[in-house]
Design a protein around this ligand. Structure first.
Ligand code: FAD
Length: 472
């Protein structure tokens, strides 16, 4: 392989710490690094050209009175289907609320409810409302604004834009000792130079631009990973790239950054249909249907496109009651990159043709696990979908249940079904010995029994008559 070589550095600067990248990671690292001495913060183009400014939906943190870092941890582990680094997730969930409050102290203005508390919404995989947002769906822009203001105001940080970092410099022991960089138009430091430092922080963001289609901005080219590898660093977990299920299809030949269609649209009640108008993912496929974890939804879309031979993304249909909200969410997308033109979005609202559903039935948790037979999981998903069907809504409402939350766990030796009614939220848990199901002749019948027991437990607790669709 031929490697392009830059000319030798023509100038040198020094700082105690060099931070590369000015997204949420680099800006935060720079502010904290001031405790170690002088900080040089360098960034490839303009200070806010990274992914951070584009983040829409919000930041997840366990802040609600009925939420806890432990619940957040459990939801994350379920969505992570056994692949999570539990210690790292624990730090994220436990420290999240404090980090969020630090952003508030720096001046980030998150949306509040009438009582002045954080206005929280829900996104895929979460069993609680725990998404903090700003300006509706402009969360990243607000976080970036507040952090940039704090960095610019800090006397210990020097910020240099248009500074493309090329390589790490290492000392005789192979430890990072600075970077080489190409600066455009910074007075005497124009051209290729060297920034020497006791410590280097690489915060260069993602690598979405290596894919044919991405929602990442043009700076997301994986430079930090590449230059760390060239310097002999070990990198891990590169296979964990998030494929957001929904971006806006701008027509054949559109290249570069594509506008993201926020999950909040589905959170508000919209669902995905293919070009024939068929739903792409139903409660029978996954208990959370359109709000299943993103990898599940992305794979369902991909499968459907392959089956049908479509080259377009599926479109959205709103359930009628949220048509206004959905329109607003889509039209709030920033103009498309480059051309500055807004995409033409067709949100089809069925309005009065669809029955309005007053109750919210949510089925949470219980992602696929390798230990549990497929036949059990498929049947359970199907039955939980039936439980959430519109035909059963009157039944729930008769018991004053506005929200049903079902979670299932596969780690318990003795099976049981638990229910807990708090105000108008009914939480139910199905617990089983997952691996033990592999020794049962017909695991699907066990799923029938579990859901029967669940319906029966709900009836005992609420005094309801039979469910219209399910025994128990
Ligand atoms: C459309 C979209 C929506 C999103 N929505 C959400 C959301 O709702 N919630 C959420 O939690 N996350 C969301 N994300 C993800 C989130 O934005 C990112 O995970 C986060 O912003 C990454 O921050 P970062 O600081 O690591 O990287 P970035 O913000 O990308 O910053 C990387 C920085 O490194 C610089 N850089 C790169 N290479 C070099 C180089 N060679 N030399 C110098 N500088 C370099 C870049 O210019 C940039 O300043 C979204 C992302 C996108 C694209």
């Amino acid at each position: 392989m031929t490697r392009l070589l830059a000319p030798p550095p023509g100038w040198t600067v020094s700082a105690d710490v060099v931070v590369v990248g000015s997204g949420v990671a680099g800006l935060t690292a720079a502010l904290h690094a001031t405790r170690a001495g002088s900080v040089l913060l360098v960034t490839k183009v303009l200070v806010d050209d990274g992914s951070t400014r584009w983040a829409q939906g919000g930041v997840a943190a366990a802040l609600a009175a009925d939420d806890s870092p432990e619940d957040h941890l459990q939801d994350t582990l379920v969505a992570g289907v056994g692949l999570c680094d539990v210690a790292a997730v624990r730090v994220l969930c436990t420290e999240g609320p404090a980090r969020l409050r630090e952003l508030v102290e720096l001046g980030a203005a998150f949306d509040r409810d009438g009582a002045g508390a954080f206005a929280l919404t829900r996104e895929g995989g979460h069993s609680r409302d725990r998404i903090v947002h700003a300006g509706g769906d402009a969360t990243g822009a607000e976080v970036q604004r507040a952090l940039v203001a704090a960095v610019r105001a800090h006397p210990g940080i020097r910020l240099v834009e248009h500074a493309l970092v090329l390589d790490l410099l290492t000392d005789a022991d192979g430890r990072a000792a600075g970077v080489t960089l190409h600066v455009l138009g910074e007075g005497s430091q124009d051209g290729v130079g060297a920034a020497l430092a006791r410590a280097v922080v690489l915060a260069t963001g993602g690598l979405g631009q290596v894919y044919a289609s991405t929602t990442n901005p043009s700076v997301s080219t994986g430079d930090g990973v590449a230059l760390a590898l060239r310097a002999g660093a070990e990198v891990t977990d590169l296979e964990f790239v998030q494929f957001h299920p929904t971006s806006l299809w701008l027509g054949a030949g559109s290249a570069g950054q594509q506008p993201l269609v926020s999950e909040a649209v589905r959170g508000e009640g919209a669902f995905l249909v293919d070009l024939a108008g068929e739903r792409v993912i139903t409660p029978g496929d996954h208990p959370l249907a359109d709000l299943a974890p993103r990898d599940v939804v992305a794979k369902a879309i991909h499968r459907r496109m392959l089956e049908r031979g479509d080259d377009q993304w599926t479109s959205y249909v709103d359930d009628g009651k949220n048509a206004g909200t959905t329109d607003a969410a889509l039209s709030a997308d920033p103009p498309t990159t480059g051309s500055g033109r807004r995409p033409g979005v067709a949100v089809r609202a069925r309005g009065a043709h669809e029955p309005e559903s007053p109750a919210r039935i949510r089925i949470i948790g219980g992602g696929p696990t390798n230990d549990v037979p497929d036949s059990y999981q498929r049947r359970l998903s199907h039955l939980l979908g039936v439980l959430a069907a519109p035909e059963g809504q009157e039944w729930w409402l008769a018991a004053g249940v506005k929200e049903l939350q079902v979670a299932y766990y596969f780690e318990r030796a003795t099976p049981r079904v638990r229910t807990r009614l708090h105000r108008n939220v009914l939480a139910a848990g199905i617990e089983r010995n997952g691996p033990g199901l592999n020794h049962v002749p017909d695991p699907a019948t066990i799923a029938d029994r579990d859901v029967e027991n669940l319906v029966s437990a709900v009836r005992k607790r609420t005094g309801l008559g039979p469910h219209p669709l399910l025994p128990g």
